[in-house]
Ligand binder design. Structure first.
Ligand SMILES: NC(=O)c1ccc[n+]([C@@H]2O[C@H](COP(=O)([O-])OP(=O)(O)OC[C@H]3O[C@@H](n4cnc5c(N)ncnc54)[C@H](O)[C@@H]3O)[C@@H](O)[C@H]2O)c1
Length: 284
């Protein structure tokens, strides 16, 4: 199946990045938001990143205009009526995502594939809100989307082979490398990352070493670009806790049980960079 027009629901951090890479790869893109203000903000961010690419001479200013010209920004979900593929990138709420999938199923043409960029929700729960479960899958991009090369395609127990292969071809056309994962919480990356981050908090809580020394040990001893606490501060303690709780609820396995310290930090609003304070003191 050929993809020409891609819909993106939500123009936040991830939606904006997905819009950018799709339009840069030559697709017609329709992006929606809940109001004009957020839509303009999302489009402003896309424009800003493309301006930077022009400054760095990665694209010309004419190319930037062409890319922006391929994007239709809207607050009317009916504008998804000609999409061949839609990527849902709204906030991490299963109820809202199910509503979005039900609406997309009613609006999009019967052949359209419907996908979610969720980090932790179960794809089949969204697929079940549609009348086309075989055409629903997870399409999990990483932040920042234009930079990160991985896409996890999440296959439910009823996703068809054709859907999977179309999504693989589409993701590769964006310059991404694809891995296929089953529809279980965390897929591949977060299934391994979350226990690692929780363990880092546990060993710090147990007094093994300071935040700085644990980060230095991992960075220099394992050649990671950053240690677990820098990463936690970037991801956000609330996001990490949310995903960990989801995984614990599903697996009932202590590997995913969040340490008390992480929960207390979230209660105190110490969320990492976004709140100005995290495992590393103050962020300006
Ligand atoms: N931020 C990350 O690092 C990251 C990485 C991978 C996956 N994800 C996943 O991507 C999704 C989006 O995350 P984000 O960080 O971009 O969130 P975000 O809060 O930056 O953006 C979500 C946007 O969706 C909009 N929205 C909500 N309901 C909508 C609707 N019905 N129609 C249109 N727009 C709607 C919101 O107004 C908001 O602007 C989540 O499922 C998240 O788990 C996030």
């Amino acid at each position: 199946m050929e993809i020409k027009t891609v819909g993106v629901v939500g123009a936040g951090i991830m939606g904006g990045g997905i819009v950018q890479v799709c339009a840069q790869s030559g697709y017609q893109v329709v992006v929606s938001e809940i109001n004009d203000e957020l839509l303009q903000k999302g489009m402003g961010t896309v424009g800003h990143f493309l301006d930077r690419a022009v400054k760095k001479e990665r694209i010309t200013s004419a190319e930037k205009d062409e890319i922006m010209g391929r994007i239709k920004a809207t607050t009317d979900p009916k504008d998804f009526k000609d999409c061949d593929l839609v990527v849902e990138a709204i906030i991490e709420s299963l109820e809202l995502k199910k509503e979005a999938f039900k609406q997309l199923d009613e609006i999009c043409p019967p052949h359209a594939l419907l996908t979610s960029n969720t980090s932790s929700m179960t794809i089949i729960d969204m697929a079940a809100a549609t009348g086309r479960m075989d055409k629903v899958a997870g399409l999990h991009f990483f932040n920042p989307v234009p930079v990160m090369r991985l896409v996890e395609i999440v296959r439910t127990i009823v996703t068809s082979d054709e859907t999977l292969e179309t999504l693989r071809g589409f993701s590769e056309s964006l310059g991404k490398t694809v891995v296929i994962a089953k529809d279980t919480p965390g897929f591949i990356v977060n299934r391994l990352l979350i226990p690692y981050l929780l363990n880092a908090v546990r060993v710090y809580e147990a007094g093994l070493a300071s935040v700085e020394d644990i980060d230095t040990a991992i960075q220099l001893g394992l050649n990671h670009p950053m240690g677990p606490f820098r990463l936690l501060d970037i991801l956000g303690n609330d996001t990490t806790l949310f995903i960990a709780d989801n995984m614990f609820n599903e697996f009932k396995d202590d590997t995913y049980a969040a340490p008390v310290l992480l929960r207390r930090m979230v209660s105190a609003g110490i969320l990492g960079r976004k709140s100005g304070r995290g495992f590393y003191g103050e962020y300006k």
